[in-house]
Each structure stands twice: as structure tokens, then as C-alpha cells.
Design a protein around this ligand. Sequence first.
Ligand code: ADP
Length: 191
Amino acid sequence: MRIILIGPPGAGKGTQCQRLVEQLKVPHLSTGEMLRAEVRSGTAEGLRAASFMEQGHLVPDSMILGMVTKRLEAADCRAGFLLDGFPRTLPQASALDELLERRAMSVDGVLELSVPSEELVRRMLARRRADDNPEVFAKRIASFEAQTAPLLHYYDQQGKLATIDGLGDADEVFARVQRALVRFGRRAPRT
Ligand code: ADP
């Protein structure tokens, strides 16, 4: 299955992704993780990415697209994948569609983890990651609203969007994710 998980920072994507990849036995493609690895290895690309990430800005599409394209071409992605943190902008979404189309593939479904912003702030204050200071976090939420939220409409129009209530404990949320997967499975073209 080829699935995308979309949600604002702090929505609980990490936890749900972990469970999903275990269940679906597909690779977890997190652009945030890929970027953090690049930053840790201290490459020129990594340094450039860090300057955007530290300020709560998105890394330029060109850099992300190169990284994701390379990853999606790997053999382990042939049977499916879970994309986390990508696409994050409309240009990224259409680039992904083109990339998959060239290989006669498409996305099976898009899961939106929906959590009100007051709750996101509350969770952020409780967890505290390095790039989580309140000011940067507010920018990341704003960038989600401005650049990523339009993707929900894009995928809804394609009939691929499932909105999941992200409130409640991880088990409850995962049960909702399961119900959405069944719907994706029913709709997926048989090949
Ligand atoms: P979160 O989901 O908590 O916002 P991620 O781990 O997905 O965090 O990403 C961390 C940072 O990496 C983002 O704030 C952004 O700067 C950068 N990033 C990750 N994915 C993308 C992407 N697809 N496009 C642009 N920037 C990205």
C-alpha cells in the first residue's frame, strides 16, 4: 500500500507511523528524519537544511524532491511505502503524482491526523524537542496551515482523503486509522 500521513507538528504522526509500518511491512519515509540525518552528517546540504529548519521554515522543494525521489527509487519501496512529512506543499504533491505516474503507480490513500491547535501547543510544551521552542513551534503550525493544509483539499478532490480524529490515546487513534485503511483497500485498483 502507498500511503501518506499528513498532520500538523505534534499531531502524533510519529507514533501512528511506527505502528503502521509494523503492520503494513512497508518502509517509513520521513523527510524530517532524512533531513535530521543529513544535518547530523554535517554535509553542505545538511547545513543548508538546518538553517531553514531551525527557524521553523520549510526546506526548499528542490532539495526535498531530490531526496525523496532517490529514496522512492530504492527496491524496498516497490511494494509500498508510508510517506510522513511529505508532500508538504502543492508543488511537492504534484511532483509526487508525476513521479508515481511515470511508474504506473499512484497513492492509495491519504490519512489526515486532525488535532486542534490548542492541543498541539499543550503537547509541545509537554514533550520539548530541540526544534520545539514555542516561537519556532508556532511558525511550524503556521506553515502547516498556509502550505500543507491546501493539500487536504487536493487529495479530497481525488477521493483519497481520510480525516482521522487525533484526540484520545494512541490506541484509539490507531483503531480509527485501521478503519480508514479498510476503506483505502476497498478502493485500491486490483492489479
Ligand atoms: P513535524 O512533523 O514535527 O513538523 P518533521 O520531522 O516532519 O516535523 O520535519 C521537521 C522539519 O523538517 C520541518 O519543520 C521542515 O523544516 C523540514 N521538512 C520536513 N519535511 C519537509 C518537506 N516535505 N518540505 C519542506 N521541509 C520539510
